[in-house]
Ligand binder design. Sequence first.
Ligand SMILES: Cc1cc2nc3c(=O)[nH]c(=O)nc-3n(C[C@H](O)[C@H](O)[C@H](O)COP(=O)(O)O)c2cc1C
Length: 397
Amino acid sequence: MSESKTVVIGVCGGIAVYKALDVISRLKKQNVNVHVIMTKSATEFVTPLSFQSLSQNMVVTDMFAEPKAWEIQHISLAKKADVMAIIPATANIIGKVANGIADDMLSTTIMATHAKVIFAPAMNTNMYNNPIVQSNISKLKEFGYDFICPASGRLACGDVGDGKLQETDIIAEQILSALNSNKDLQGKKVLVTAGPTISKIDPVRYITNGSSGKTGYAIAKEARDRGAKVTLISGPTNLKKPVGIEVINIETNEEMHESVMKHFDDSDIVVKSAAVADYKIKCYSNEKIKKNDGALNLEFIRDNDILKELGSLKKNQILVGFAAESHNLIENAKGKLDKKNLDYIVANNITESGAGFRCDTNKVSIIKRDKTVIPLEVMTKKKVAEKLFDIINEDIK
Ligand SMILES: Cc1cc2nc3c(=O)[nH]c(=O)nc-3n(C[C@H](O)[C@H](O)[C@H](O)COP(=O)(O)O)c2cc1C
């Protein structure tokens, strides 16, 4: 995050309280300024010192404590917050806010802020499913408060069911997404493809490529954060399903083809960053191929060129392709741009250091339809996604 934003974390007295520390650590790594308010109950579980050390700010626990500077704390934090997140949110705080009770620093700050407030509830399953709690949650949602749905699983009390605090990386991702105030893709439908596809040889063997899907996932998340409705069609990856994005999992070129064609007409921007196999096995063996002493020869035939097909079907969609090349990068990418009727092509030389499939950074050039080449430095895949949409939005204007 380039310019530093402020998140106020409200910590309540639940058994999952220690997990809020991990969320704070994740936010700090993204250069977010964090302030913490702990309820009195929360301090029974963990001392403010841990939160103070991680957030690098004084932790507020008492509404009537002598202020360090002449500012009214609950108002000053309420104003400072770009986003407030309540982690873990107890049944108690949910009930208090839903009913207008402001009797401590946290409930008062929530009441006083204009920032987006996100609750991450965690409690015993019976508590969570209690109609009073559910009714309070519905009421708060109607008032515009956001909730991060708890996970299901074995709870601290031994019960199994809903009410487990959602995973900390998902909570952090949702907070970071809410911090993005640039909503220049609001109302747009963005279709992104990511990861590799596989070409099956027999029931247990297949060939694939080294795509990690990181670029496509970063693009999908950036579009979501800018307000777009995003569909991500993903080949097999080790990446977590991003929140707030419709993810369709596929394996083969054929499945990718079918899914992309289904969504193409309804999309405004289509970013094809998946490394889709160009070839497939000519004769798939229904039975596992037996090992023998000689060589095994496999014949491959061309598979669907999905990008080219989209280029020929394109109406008003903005179509972005990728070119991963090991030589004559710009020349080959410009050729592909023309041949496939693209609006932009993101060209990367997979042999350069800091670029390529598995790493978190990339070094790309973005080439426009008029052949303008915009070379970018080595940067994170998230930054590449930001630059891509900056360029597209500038051109749309
Ligand atoms: C060991 C222990 C664990 C608790 N865990 C939770 C919990 O996970 N969720 C919850 O809503 N309440 C939990 N409670 C109850 C809250 O601490 C209690 O409702 C308290 O008033 C919450 O205050 P606060 O919302 O101001 O933090 C727990 C209580 C104890 C003693």
